[in-house]
Design a protein. Structure first.
Length: 377
């Protein structure tokens, strides 16, 4: 987003916002209607070929968003998207106008301010990541609370690092744990595994598939090498290893699905039944406005916000108004604010922690700059 195209509009918006003491509270109903796919039984454990005990669990590939994000965070890849964006800003700095330089210097300063909060354990790392994306990429990276992911009861993680999401679609995935119960080395080959769905025979995808389809997504390829079943898995005595196999999305109309391990003339079958259930839930949501206090003239600042619910979801907001469901009104929440001065590019931060939305008068949440930044006596 080029700041020169929006400065006038933003100034007008902030002017009217500052002159308007309150906005009308808005309520709406959000409908959640989706199909949930379950497997019966949830997992099967059998003594496989030789002395290897095998446990197979069908899983939702989206559930690996968290694991792959945390893995990327451990090896430094988690911040690659942020670092790449900052490097691009710096490389284009010479051709920027004075106003653009101030804007993008502010973006860099805002991200650095969030990094300090993470180092001090003031903000959760996932919340910080989403807030940095919001500052870097603009409103498209934010939410207003009406999204189904925002209404969820559990934290959402980026699928940016999940190798089992390709071309915006998730593959069908099975988690397989191998445990060598014997005293000899055991070997399991990828080609010894296959999946039968109705009359369809599917083979687990090997690393060549991920390398071919994820050419520009190095972090996903790295996680594929870490997680996916190799061409040959070597198990030493008493060793227990968990790997994943992926196949193209299975046909939900096929009620029976079977995972097979075949070695020579020996076959071990793992039989599952698929059950599809339609789930519908309605959420009544109500608007709340965030008011930053103690930052001086709001017309001179850009403001960015993130909200996190205790033991629940967190997200960066698209603006200063968010919608909260009846259930989440009663859950302790925290809001984090980053302000960036339009002229000096100075970044400041504030927070309001462990409050409840249903205790806020007139649906206003005031976050004071001084609350985080007062000097200790």
């Amino acid at each position: 987003m080029k700041p020169t195209q929006f400065f006038s509009l933003l100034l007008i918006t902030f002017f009217f916002a500052s002159c308007t003491p309150s906005r009308k509270i808005s309520k709406k109903t959000i409908n959640q209607d989706y199909h949930n796919l379950t497997f019966l039984p949830e997992q099967i454990q059998k003594l496989g070929l030789g002395k290897v005990e095998v446990t197979i669990t069908p899983i939702d590939a989206a559930s690996l968003d968290q694991e792959t994000s945390e893995a990327a965070n451990r090896d430094g890849g988690y911040e690659k998207e942020i670092v790449t964006g900052i490097e691009k800003i710096k490389s284009e700095s010479e051709s920027q106008s004075k106003a653009e330089k101030a804007y993008y210097n502010g973006v860099i300063n805002g991200i650095e301010a969030i990094n300090k909060l993470v180092q001090q354990n003031i903000i959760p790392s996932n919340t910080a990541y989403q807030l940095k994306l919001r500052i870097l990429n603009g409103e498209d990276s934010g939410r207003n609370g009406t999204e189904l992911t925002s209404l969820s009861d559990s934290e959402n993680f980026s699928n940016y690092y999940n190798p089992y999401k390709i071309n915006e679609n998730y593959l069908s995935v099975f988690k397989i744990t191998f445990e060598n119960k014997g005293n000899e080395i055991e070997k399991i080959g990828l080609k010894e595994l296959q999946v039968v769905s109705g009359e369809e025979l599917l083979y687990p995808l090997g690393m060549e598939y991920f390398e071919s389809n994820l050419k520009q997504e190095t972090e996903k390829i790295k996680n594929a090498y870490r997680m996916n079943m190799p061409q040959e898995l070597v198990l030493t005595p008493s060793q227990r290893i968990t790997k994943f196999i992926a196949i193209p999305a299975i046909n939900r109309k096929n009620e029976n699905i079977q995972v097979q391990i075949i070695k020579g003339k020996e076959i071990v079958n793992f039989d599952f039944k698929i059950k599809e259930k339609r789930i519908r839930k309605d959420y009544l949501v109500e608007s709340y406005d965030i008011f930053p206090s103690g930052f001086g003239d709001v017309n001179t600042q850009y403001f960015y916000y993130a909200v996190t619910y205790q033991d629940g979801v967190s997200f960066a907001t698209s603006g200063d108004r968010i919608f909260v469901s009846e259930e989440k009104k009663k859950i302790p929440a925290s809001i984090y604010v980053v302000s960036i001065n339009r002229t000096s590019s100075r970044a400041r931060t504030a927070k309001k922690v462990n409050f409840k939305f249903n205790e806020q008068e007139k649906n206003k949440v005031t976050v004071e700059y001084e609350s985080m930044n007062k000097k200790k006596k």
